[in-house]
Design a protein around this ligand. Structure first.
Ligand code: ATR
Length: 272
């Protein structure tokens, strides 16, 4: 590191298990960019802001639990970020903070590798920030999202806001769509034995995507394969959202396959 090294940070709590530092540092090195990406645990969003200003941080990622509260401190907000109501990417220029959201781009690009979105129907499970990013992205690409959520009021609110249909998650057997996307945390490590939906309902969907990438193959993905659905992994979304972050920070397009290999090797090493 030198005085010219650009510093980027992941801000959240916890941050210890994130694969973003590994992915971004390997990619900066591969691209020959003099930059470092470090994880900064911040209990309060104000701690994060102080760290950004005092450490000359050029930009970074915002993760749980600050994705919504950080919005209030931004000087500029992208339209996607505002509509989704969550920021996962920021840049800092002369103390001015700009917020972006690359989660929706990650979801859309992962889907587009297999399905053209226009006119296709997508059952989106969940109504949190990840589900909002998915619904926003699907609408942007002229797809048709249907929100399914365990809590009816939250699900109806999200569907109403984005102008799409809603169904209670418990009624999922009545829904047929081209693709189902899990945007809940059900199945995330260490609770890997569970799935947000019963296996037999997966026959109503041609494609199944999980935004969870740890484990690489969730229970939902295993069930989907067993009933004959095509599957789209959370790893693909994770790499696409990270690649867009690097583009926002540097203006350069990073090597996608390299990024994917770095993350996949790490997850395979860990036996996931
Ligand atoms: P994020 O911002 O990362 O998407 P979140 O805001 O905590 O996370 O949203 C989590 C989503 O997962 C919610 O829609 C939640 O459903 P509720 O609104 O009913 O709480 C959903 N979720 C979490 N655990 C769930 C479970 N065991 N079964 C079904 N849905 C679940």
């Amino acid at each position: 590191m030198s005085t010219d090294t650009q510093i980027f940070a992941l801000i959240g709590n916890p941050v210890e298990h994130s694969l973003s530092p590994l992915m971004h540092n390997a990619t900066f090195a591969e691209m020959g960019i003099d930059a470092r990406y470090m994880a900064l645990r911040a209990e309060k969003v104000e701690d994060a802001l102080q760290a950004i200003r005092e450490s000359n941080i050029r930009g970074g990622s915002i993760t749980i639990p600050h994705k919504t509260s950080f919005m209030a401190y931004l000087d500029n907000v992208s339209e996607a970020c505002r509509k989704i109501g969550a920021v996962n990417t920021f840049t800092c220029d002369d103390g001015r903070l700009t917020g972006n959201n690359t989660d929706w781009i990650g979801i859309v690009r992962a889907l587009k590798e297999l399905i053209p979105l226009e006119g296709k129907t997508f059952a989106v499970l969940g109504a949190g920030g990840a589900a909002r990013a998915a619904v926003y992205g699907i609408r942007e690409e002229r797809g048709i999202p249907i929100v399914l959520n365990r809590t009816v009021t939250t699900g109806k609110d999200v569907a109403g806001e984005f102008g799409c249909d809603f169904s209670p998650l418990q009624d999922i057997e009545k829904i047929t769509a081209d693709c189902l996307i899990n945007c809940t945390s059900v199945g995330l490590y260490p609770d890997t034995g569970v799935s947000p939906v019963r296996k037999n309902v997966l026959r109503n969907f041609g494609y199944v995507m999980d935004i969870i990438y740890n484990p690489l193959k969730t229970r939902l993905m295993k069930d989907a394969e067993e009933v004959g659905c095509s599957t789209i992994s959370g790893l693909s979304m994770f790499v696409h959202q990270g690649a867009e972050q690097i583009y926002i920070w540097t203006g350069m397009t990073p090597p996608h396959n390299f990024m994917k290999k770095v993350v996949m090797e790490k997850l395979n090493d860990e036996g996931n």
